[in-house]
Design a protein around this ligand. Structure first.
Ligand code: IPD
Ligand code: CA
Ligand code: CA
Ligand code: CA
Length: 266
């Protein structure tokens, strides 16, 4: 039987240690490479951080499976058993350009059920953590269940890409939502944007395509506080493929789905 409290403590200790290693890299020259296109970047620190976790996990929990963005983990094609889903640096562009506004994101699942969610904002030393059924904490502070808010009073996390000409969505679908909301923000780290919903800094987050490692921890954290995590059709998210993403406080989720997202073809 897995001791989840102990696993949670271990994962928290490793994420802190990885954060210290990342901070130490700030005065070194980064090795930057491109992946699928000129703006899709990866650094030696992204890769080194993923390898750090894999080495630790494989040594202590050899039967656990690991799905990591940079590909050093296992070929995970099902969610059976215990699966760690790791984004070593979420917000690599911010990491390279700003040395802030990025996070380490780790979701741990058992047979497809989210058990532990960790999002670590390294530079601000803010660790969002949740062990399923035990609430969500920002460092030592327990976060409150998410309260209701109307669109007119909501701050929505969204990238300007989705209301300008792009290949995934007609800009006229989301522009009424941008007009009706109190405001929009774009932080450049999906994991942080989900953590901010938990902390009450954002009310919803919408984006058109994310990978499992971007959302694995955030789903656990937001749902633990009563938030709703679906695709843009309002359906459950699939952790083995890319999804459209709509994460929100509960009542707001219904309102946005019914008034705005129903007009989209996703
Ligand atoms: C990216 C960030 C960004 C989102 C991108 C992701 P990465 O992750 O979460 O906010 O808009 O779609 O790929 O590559 O920096 O880990
Ligand atoms: Ca990336
Ligand atoms: Ca990411
Ligand atoms: Ca990443």
């Amino acid at each position: 039987m897995m001791n989840w409290t102990e696993l949670n403590e271990q994962a928290k200790a490793w994420i802190k240690e990885a954060g210290e290693n990342i901070k130490r890299s700030f005065n070194k020259t980064l090795v930057i490479q491109t992946k699928t296109n000129a703006n899709d970047l990866v650094t030696d620190i992204d890769k080194g951080t993923e390898q750090f976790f894999i080495k630790k996990i494989k040594a202590k929990y050899p039967h656990h499976k690991i799905l990591g963005e940079e590909g050093f983990g296992d070929d995970v094609d099902n969610m059976n058993g215990i699966v760690w889903i790791i984004d070593p640096i979420d917000g690599t562009t911010n990491f390279i350009h700003q040395q802030r506004n990025f996070a380490i994101s780790i979701g741990i699942y058992e047979d497809g059920i989210g058990k532990i969610g960790l999002i670590y904002d390294v530079v601000h030393n803010e660790l969002y953590h949740s062990l399923k059924g035990n609430g969500v904490y920002l460092n030592d502070l327990q976060l409150l269940p998410l309260a209701e808010v109307a669109v007119s009073e909501a701050i929505i996390g969204m990238n300007a890409t989705w209301v300008t000409k792009n290949k995934r969505i007609d800009p006229s679908i989301l522009s009424p939502l941008v007009s009706d909301a109190r405001g929009t923000r774009s932080y450049g780290s999906a994991a942080l944007e989900m953590a901010y919903i938990a902390a009450g800094r954002l009310d919803a987050y919408i984006t058109l395509r994310l990978a499992p490692w971007d959302i694995a921890a955030g789903i656990i954290i937001v749902e633990e506080l009563g938030g709703v995590a679906t695709n843009l059709r309002g359906e459950p998210l699939n952790l083995l493929e890319k999804n459209t993403i709509f994460i929100s406080k509960p009542g707001l989720h219904k309102e946005i789905l019914a008034k705005y997202l129903k007009n989209g073809k996703w």
